[in-house]
Ligand binder design. Structure first.
Ligand code: MIC
Ligand code: SF4
Length: 645
């Protein structure tokens, strides 16, 4: 049978189930990654699972999110992760080394292999032909211990590229254009496979910008072929031996094909407050800008930074604009400095931030009140920047730099011919220095490694089994496209508590309703009512664990985002789908609902709830594994149960 790239990688890694669309399969995971904001929970789960050493080809713990260290909390998290990593066989990427996805692409991604990471942008590695998935920390812990990773067999969209990008149009514009076509829920249930002769015109870092933003489509993953451009990149990283060619068979089938002619694309920009709110830059040209940010796992590669440096060379940014630059890795920063491009950036008046997520997750550099910020990032959800009323736009490095220079959004295509920029050449060889990656100790020495826990690192919350019959109070009703940033905000004030569920619970849903934590705690058991695509965005399992801690036992929605649905099940919370979406309005008017014979309903995949507005049918169509997990009260209880069998 003719196979596409997704079929090839899935069938080579299949551990259980059948590759039949919609059914659940378990696949072998070759590599894992964690970052610090989700890592502490993942390693607490790994400890609880009782496996002495990780069983993957390689597992890495990156420190890149919680970098402010404005108190002891984040520093304690780093120290805890470093000690667990050492003991359990995980490589530790020290703070300053770079953003997980950028460093992983440079130093560890391998075509044809599988990767899961406790961060939704893990599919970035698909730029190098890996099949990579974002997952909750507990799932990553299970994979580190040698367990399978379970996914629903995805449908596959082929995006077929032809032509070549014209000057000032870049990979980010391709990603934004696809978001315009498909929307933030258009990728749910799909892997996006990239193909067509246009693919060869894109370098690996450009491909990685595109696979990175597949997360914003809600896609399960995104993947490019592995070809001569992949070899070129791996060779330049001193990793030629990691290369294998990978492409779809001629005539392989797809569920949907989207054709994009790169030559016809124009610069695009996402308007506040959703990544799919995309228009051509020309439509908003002239909008005054107060802030510009260059960086994030989407656009912080050496080639992006060199492009920006060339545009900034010999110029000053506009006096009304404050601009930040965060290179994606120490490799990028060192090479920028060595070739002199960093001096161009600094001379322009831009502020250099460290190699980390930084402003992307609201860790500093928040815009002023009502500020307009143009960012090369991937998410512009309301309030994520740390300023509730800021207007955040997402654009390519080219568009962002021009906004900084001119003080207003400027269509790169409108530049006149005499505005010449001499590009920097991307070098043939990258400077590989892995000294910031600390190897774990040997299995023999592991016994002597002490795990260091600071006072802010609290044990995991208690996971409770669902009772037979339950009365649930409506704790909150929300509409479509609720993000995990709404549920469990990030940012400088909240991130220090990622290892402390109790403290974190004070912030749950407060962006939508400041009274939520107090109200939910009043009820013994409660539920959340939601529209379509509930839980889109980040993979943070805190968005499930914290509501669970506050007594939320079910979420009733019109549909769910993939990673969040898995996180709810892992936490023992029932994700229920309204059979008739119109029943949403009926439920709005009911304070309480009653659900009876829950274990039976889980087994059957249907639950009828009794409400003041009559009986309402809900779907809970889970795999057998998920049913068992829900009946056990979440993943840890389930795995604990398996161990005792
Ligand atoms: C994000 O971009 O939202 C994050 C911060 O990287 C998250 C992970 C987290 O919440 O720690 C993600 O994308 O999964
Ligand atoms: Fe970090 Fe932002 Fe990328 Fe998330 S999206 S991993 S916060 S840079």
């Amino acid at each position: 049978m003719k196979q596409n790239i997704v079929d090839k990688i899935l069938s080579a890694h299949l551990l259980s189930g059948e590759i039949k669309q919609g059914s659940e399969i378990g696949i072998k995971i070759d590599q894992t990654l964690t970052q610090d904001a989700t890592g502490t929970m993942a390693y607490l789960a790994l400890e609880a699972m009782g496996k002495p050493r990780v069983k993957t080809d390689i597992s890495l713990a990156y420190i890149d999110h919680n970098m402010l260290q404005s108190g002891f909390e984040n520093a304690d998290d780093h120290r805890y992760i470093a000690s667990v990593a050492k003991k359990y066989g995980v490589y530790y990427s020290s703070p300053g080394n770079g953003i997980c996805h950028q460093v992983h692409l440079e130093r560890f991604a391998v075509p044809g292999k599988t990767l899961i990471g406790s961060d939704s942008h893990t599919p970035t590695a698909g730029g190098l032909g890996m099949l990579a998935f974002g997952a909750g920390g507990m799932d990553v812990a299970a994979a580190m211990g040698g367990g399978a990773y379970y996914i629903e067999v995805p449908k596959v969209i082929l995006v077929r590229l032809s032509g070549r990008l014209s000057a000032f149009v870049s990979a980010k514009d391709i990603a934004l254009y696809l978001l315009k076509i498909l929307s933030v829920k258009g990728g749910v249930g799909y892997v996006i496979e990239w193909g067509g002769e246009g693919v060869l015109t894109l370098s690996v870092p450009e491909r990685a910008t595109i696979t990175n933003m597949g997360a914003e489509l809600g896609a399960t993953s995104s993947v490019f072929p592995s070809d001569e451009r992949s070899f070129e990149f791996l060779k330049a990283q001193g990793r030629a031996s990691d290369y294998t060619a990978l492409s779809a068979d001629e005539g392989a089938s797809y569920d949907r094909i989207i054709d994009i002619n790169l030559s016809e694309l124009t610069p695009m920009i996402a308007l506040p407050h959703m990544p799919d709110n995309v228009v051509p830059v020309s439509e908003v040209a002239g909008t005054k800008v107060t802030q510009v940010c260059l960086g994030s796992c989407t656009n912080s590669s050496l080639s992006d930074m060199l492009k920006a440096a060339a545009l900034l060379r010999g110029k000053r940014i506009h006096p009304d604009v404050s601009m930040s630059v965060s290179p994606g890795s120490k490799q990028v920063l060192t090479m920028l400095s060595d070739c002199g491009a960093l001096s161009d950036i600094l001379a322009s008046g831009a502020r250099l931030l460290e190699c980390a997520c930084g402003p992307c997750i609201g860790m500093g550099f928040s815009p002023p009140s009502h500020g307009v910020s143009v960012r090369t990032f991937n998410r512009n959800f309301k309030g994520r920047s740390g300023t509730a009323d800021a207007m955040v736009y997402l654009a390519s490095p080219e568009t962002a730099v021009l906004a900084a220079l001119y003080g207003e959004i400027t269509d790169p295509k409108s530049l006149s011919d005499d505005e010449i920029f001499i590009p920097y050449d991307v070098p043939d060889e990258y400077k590989a220095d892995d000294s910031g990656i600390i190897a774990p100790c040997s299995p023999e020495d592991a016994k002597n490694v002490e795990i260091i826990r600071g006072p802010n690192i609290k044990p995991l919350p208690v996971f409770k089994k669902l009772p037979e019959n339950i009365e649930l109070n409506l704790a909150l009703a929300v509409r479509d496209n609720i993000t995990t940033d709404h549920i469990m905000p990030a940012g400088a004030k909240v991130l220090p508590y990622r290892s402390n569920i109790e403290k974190l619970s004070e912030f749950c849903f407060t962006a939508i309703d400041p009274e939520f934590p107090a109200r939910a705690s009043m009820f013994d058991n409660s539920y959340i009512l939601a529209g379509y695509n509930y839980g889109q965005g980040s993979s943070r399992e805190h968005a499930a664990l914290v509501p669970m801690y506050l007594g939320v036992r079910a979420v009733i929605a019109k549909s769910f985002a993939r990673i969040h649905e898995a996180n709810l099940i892992n936490a023992g919370i029932l994700p229920l789908i309204l059979k008739d979406p119109n029943d949403y309005d009926k439920l709005l008017s009911c304070e309480k609902i009653n659900a009876n014979n829950i274990p039976d309903a889980i087994k059957k995949g249907r639950l009828s709830i009794i409400t003041d507005a009559g009986e309402i049918e809900l779907l809970c169509d889970f795999s057998d594994r998920q049913k068992d997990m829900l009946l056990a009260g979440g993943l840890l209880n389930y795995i604990g149960g398996l161990k005792n069998e």
